[in-house]
Design a protein around this ligand. Sequence first.
Ligand code: ATP
Length: 236
Amino acid sequence: MAPLLEVDQIEVFYGRVQALRGVSLSVEEGEVVTLIGSNGAGKTTTLRTISGLIKPASGTIKLAGEVISGLPAPTIVARGIGHSPEGRHVFARMTVRNNLELGAYLRKDKEIHKDMDRVFTYFPRLKEREGQLAGTLSGGEQQMLAMGRAMMTRPKVLLLDEPSLGLSPVLVETIFEVIDELHKAGTTILLIEQNALLALRTASRGYVMETGVVVKTDNAAALLESDDVKRAYLGI
Ligand code: ATP
């Protein structure tokens, strides 16, 4: 069977600067896959290209066997890519509830409220703050909201960009427990995470990126044991 998400040889430029050079990766249904690499390696650019926020100069991206690269971003969301972006980007002047509802704005089914309850089960803190303006939430709560909003799109593939960035150890633990729960519930996840140890313990496979290129890919357990990875990303 074809992978659920298939990125094939994408090339991306910012003006004349090339950010991605023939990046290929795949994610099978139900898998958690991580993308690790130092700052500026191209991880965020890869996720933004998958969700249609950036158009690749060449290469193709397929979701469930159908080409999605080149489609407008809202169409890509509707097809099943949910993106929790780096830096969170919640709507500061809207309430928690309105932010979550916005995640579902392209949906026409009747299960939106059920999914909102599910988000509140994962993140009880959001339930407590549902009427509060998102801009007044703490960093950790905004991160939960960004993830919750992406979950509200009912994605086939959930893209998580640095979900633990800037959070306290307790909140990082909460976020990763939710990622584990989502995985157990069958959600397919592509995760970027600065904490490579945490990422490789959570994912089943990983891709290592350096300056716009995938330089290594393997099972997470093998990457954890790899000397290059230990030296460059695990500080061992
Ligand atoms: P980080 O963890 O710092 O976000 P990253 O691996 O996600 O790193 P990207 O943010 O994808 O890396 O950046 C890849 C390259 O593209 C870098 O050289 C970066 O400077 C460049 N870049 C990113 N965004 C832009 C932009 N809007 N305009 C120009 N260059 C950019």
